[in-house]
Design a protein around this ligand. Structure first.
Ligand code: DC
Length: 219
């Protein structure tokens, strides 16, 4: 079974997708982490974020993969655990540029389809229901208002010792929404057959409950 969860930045996709995968005992795949890993790879090698040929070369020389550990899924770049370093502001604010590169998307989409082969999976991202897994059994489009998403990110940041003001976060989220939904290839878009869930006024348990109901109906 394939469950696709798409939506804009900070809508809660990964939190929800992880919980749904755990409850159903499905594999979880965070595709945003893969685009973040490529962005980090460019940064580490002092390659410009729009230098597609150098980024592609780096991708062919290095390995990005997931390792499942008891506490959750870890993202690896060669032998290095990059689960935390891909969440820095620098990566967050430049990943849209890297993820707009056609060849980067082609490579990562192929990897994502392979990961979804022969397993039950919950995959979250921006183009899962439209491009990566167009035949997914269940497609969810998870949204929330910019104000609510900025507040959630603010809280997460404070826990990690980052103090970016709320209005700056609102501007950053709105900018990322714009870039993700206006890029030429596979822009962020609700698939025609996706079910929209607005989590603005819901807590995590309520969203998991709502999506579980949708999954059960479509089983
Ligand atoms: O979900 P996230 O914030 O970790 O995603 C990081 C970026 O990666 C996001 O701004 C757009 C891009 N992305 C994408 O283009 N396609 C996906 N399937 C997942 C993420």
């Amino acid at each position: 079974m394939q469950i696709a969860i798409d939506g804009p930045a900070s809508a809660g996709k990964s939190t929800i997708a992880k919980l749904i995968a755990k409850n159903l005992d499905f594999v979880y795949c965070d595709t945003g982490a893969m685009y973040r890993a490529v962005t980090l790879l460019a940064k580490k090698n002092n390659v410009d974020y729009d230098d597609s040929s150098s980024i592609l070369k780096l991708m062919s020389e290095h390995k990005i993969y997931f390792v499942n550990k008891p506490g959750g899924q870890h993202v690896m770049l060669d032998d290095e655990d990059i689960s935390d370093t891909i969440r820095t502001e620098e990566i967050t604010n430049n990943v849209s540029q890297v993820s707009a590169i056609k060849e980067v998307r082609t490579e990562l989409v192929e990897m994502q389809r392979q990961l979804a082969n022969d397993v039950d999976i919950v995959m979250d991202g921006r183009d899962i229901g439209t491009t990566v897994l167009p035949d997914a059994d269940v497609k969810i489009f998870l949204i929330a208002s910019v104000a609510v998403r900025a507040k959630r990110r603010y809280k997460e940041n404070i826990e990690r010792g980052i103090n970016t003001p709320l209005d700056v976060l609102e501007d950053e989220i709105a900018a990322r929404d714009y870039k993700d939904s206006h890029r030429k290839i596979s822009p962020l878009k609700k698939a025609d057959d996706a079910i929209e869930v607005d989590s603005s006024d819901m807590n995590i348990e309520q969203v998991v409950k709502r999506i579980t109901e949708i999954i059960n109906k479509n089983k």
